[in-house]
Each structure stands twice: as C-alpha cells, then as structure tokens.
Ligand binder design. Structure first.
Ligand SMILES: Nc1nc2c(ncn2[C@@H]2O[C@H](COP(=O)(O)OP(=O)(O)OP(=O)(O)O)[C@@H](O)[C@H]2O)c(=O)[nH]1
Ligand SMILES: [Zn+2]
Length: 356
C-alpha cells in the first residue's frame, strides 16, 4: 500500500448508486477503482490506498474478448496480498464505456475508459479548427451516453472578433451544449473550466492531437492530489510506467482521464449518437417520402429539400453523410467479421468430423 496520507472516500473516487449492488456482493473492503492501465498491469485505488494489480487466472480464462478485461475507470473487486499488491477478481457492470476501433483490426472495438460522466471535447482555434470534428466527437459522446462539454482552446492566438465569430458559429451549429473558451498560456477560462468540474464525477478529454488536451489536464491538476507515481516507486521500470491512460484525482474533487491515442477514434456503430448530434437532420428525415431514405437523391426527401432552401448548411449535410457512411462501413465490417468467425468454426467442425 502506498501514499497513506491521501486517504479519500469512495464517492470522491466516483462511486455512485449504480454500483451499490456490486459493492454489497463483494463487500466494501474489496471494492476499488482502476486508475491506470499498462499492458496487463493495473493500478487500483480505494479508501485504503493504491495497489498494483493483475487479473486472476479465472477471469483471464473466462474472458471472451478485451471487453472482459478491466479498463481505466472500472470498479472491480480485489483481494490484497503482500507489498501493496492485489488480484482483480471481478469487474462491475459498466455504466458506459468509451470505445474505439483497434488499429489495423477492422471492426474490432477496444475500451478506452469506463464509467465516465462527462467528456470535454477540445478543439483549438488555430488553422486546424474544424466544426465538423467537434460534431464528430459529440456523436461519439452521445453514443456512449456521456454528456459533452465543448472547449475551444488556444484563444490567445486570436483576437476578440474572431473569437466571437467562432463562438457564434459553434452555438448555432451545436446549440444546447456548454462551451468554455480557454487558453493555457494566459490562463483565461481556466477557472471557469475548474468550476465546471464536479466532485466525484469522471471526465475524459477528447479531441484530435495537438489541441491541448494534456496541457489542459496539467493546468487543472497543477495541484494534483496524486498522480499515479506510486507505481514508479515499486516497479523497476521507472516513471514511464504511467505514460499510459490514467485517471487523475484532483485535489478539489473531480476525476480526469487524459486519453492518449484518441486519434484513432472512429465512429464505431454510432447510429444512435449520429441521430442525436444531427437532431435537425434526423427530425427532417422523419418526413421523407421513403422510410429508408438515404437522403442522397431520393424523391420526396425532406433533408435534400432543406438543403436546397438553405435550412441546413451544405457542410453540415456532407458531414452527416460522411459519418453515416463510416457507421455503415463499421456495421458491414463487423458483420463480415462475425460471418468469417462462423465460417471458421464450421470449417473447424468439418475438419474435426473428418478426423473422427
Ligand atoms: N498558444 C497556445 N498553445 C497551446 C495552448 N494549449 C496547448 N498549447 C500547445 O499546443 C501543443 C499541443 O498541446 P498538447 O497538450 O500536447 O496537445 P494534446 O491534445 O494533448 O495532443 P496529443 O497528446 O497528441 O493528443 C503544445 O505545444 C502546447 O504547448 C494554448 O492555450 N495556447
Ligand atoms: Zn431523405
């Protein structure tokens, strides 16, 4: 066990009523949250401190996929043994999970983090600013049932006029989602951001590479209660052990997950999220002549009509189609994967039958 002086409650680690049953089943003393993941080693934390943990054989053997392994943010049942080490026995049902498609394996999903309340979706104001990407990340949030908050960062790079122009654009395209404008350089908006963070809630940062996610996390955790440095004290691999995903517990409450590798986030099976992030288009599509209208060239398409009369922007429409295609592609490749799996198992049966 390490860092005894940082004793905190389960609630401040994000524990909520949805995990009460799990807690009752395993006993409070065995409950912990996964705060870091590195290969197959984890750091788990509870009221007593932090432990380096690995999954027990049973869990490993019964696992069907990556989903059955712990990920950052999971609540787990542990048993502690000597030297601040623990075994992970079970994972509580996830409230939600942020997923991405594994690199190179078409269609297969990986869990990035679990049990998240809010996502800070970050875009920077420089030349790369892209409202479609904002919307793309929103789609991911809605699909995962994570409430988004928009951050427009690096506002030190532009003047007041440009900022108000961008803010207007964002609030017209994405109404009903809070927007915080920040600069890590001159600190503007950082206190507003800090105020938006609630005690015991888990936040992840989404946004493409270079928008300033890590810088923002560092700014917020300037008074970090506890980075997960305890691993480096006990492991032989030094500080870099924690370079993977981890959950930072802020001194003033609130839990942050920085997400390196969010670059490859794709729209995995996000039909539902797509519908909520393009509410206007979805509402229109209910009045299309054909029920399965793809809004591309169909007769009586309400979306195309709205596009024609300027009710929806061309940009918005094209972005919608692009994400639609991606979703379809994902669904198709997943189906393909399942069919291949079936074919393979048939083949194996066939071979086995011939042997006997
Ligand atoms: N001008 C300006 N630069 C910033 C600001 N915030 C971050 N940067 C710079 O932007 C660059 C990228 O910042 P990071 O925090 O590494 O970006 P990231 O989103 O974490 O990127 P990945 O880790 O690749 O996903 C760094 O050089 C930062 O110093 C800001 O508010 N203003
Ligand atoms: Zn249509």
């Amino acid at each position: 066990m390490t860092d005894k002086k940082y004793i905190i409650s389960l609630e401040s680690l994000g524990f909520g009523p949805e995990f009460e049953v799990f807690k009752a089943e395993i006993g409070e003393q065995n409950l912990a949250r996964v705060i870091a993941e590195h290969k197959e080693r984890y750091i788990v934390k509870n009221e007593n401190g932090e432990y380096i943990a690995e999954v027990i054989g049973n869990l490993r053997f019964s696992a069907h996929s990556r989903f059955d392994f712990p990920s950052v943010g999971d609540w787990v049942s542990i048993s502690v043994y000597e030297g601040g080490k623990a075994f992970i026995h079970r994972i509580a049902n996830r409230k939600n999970a942020l997923k991405r498609q594994a690199v190179g394996k078409d269609g297969e999903e990986q869990i990035i983090a679990a049990n998240i309340n809010y996502a800070f979706v970050v875009e920077a104001v420089n030349r790369d600013f892209n409202i479609n990407r904002f919307q793309r990340f929103l789609t991911i949030c809605y699909e995962a049932d994570i409430e988004p908050i928009l951050i427009l960062n690096k506002i030190d790079l532009i003047g007041k006029d440009k900022l108000s122009e961008l803010s207007k654009l964002i609030s017209s395209r994405i109404p009903n989602v809070d927007l915080i404008t920040t600069s890590c350089y001159d600190s503007s908006g950082i206190s507003a951001l800090r105020e938006a963070i609630q005690i015991g809630k888990t936040y992840c940062f989404l946004g493409s590479s270079g928008v300033g996610k890590s810088t923002l996390v560092n700014r917020l955790s300037g008074a970090v209660m506890m980075q997960t440095n305890s691993v480096s004290e006990t492991s032989d691999r030094g500080k870099h052990t924690t370079s993977h995903r981890h959950l930072v517990v802020l001194k003033e409450g609130g839990l942050l997950i920085d997400n390196p590798g969010m670059r490859e986030v794709g729209i995995a099976n996000a039909q539902m999220g797509l519908e909520s992030s393009f509410q206007h288009i979805t509402r229109l599509s209910e009045t299309c002549h054909f029920k399965d209208c793809a809004h591309r060239h169909e007769k009586g398409c309400a979306v195309l009509k709205a596009l024609e009369n300027g009710e929806i922007g061309k940009d918005n429409y094209q972005n919608y189609l692009k994400m639609q295609r991606e979703t379809e592609h994902f669904e198709a490749s997943e189906l393909d994967r399942k069919q291949k799996g079936k074919k393979l198992s048939k083949l194996i049966k066939h071979v086995n039958n011939r042997r006997t």
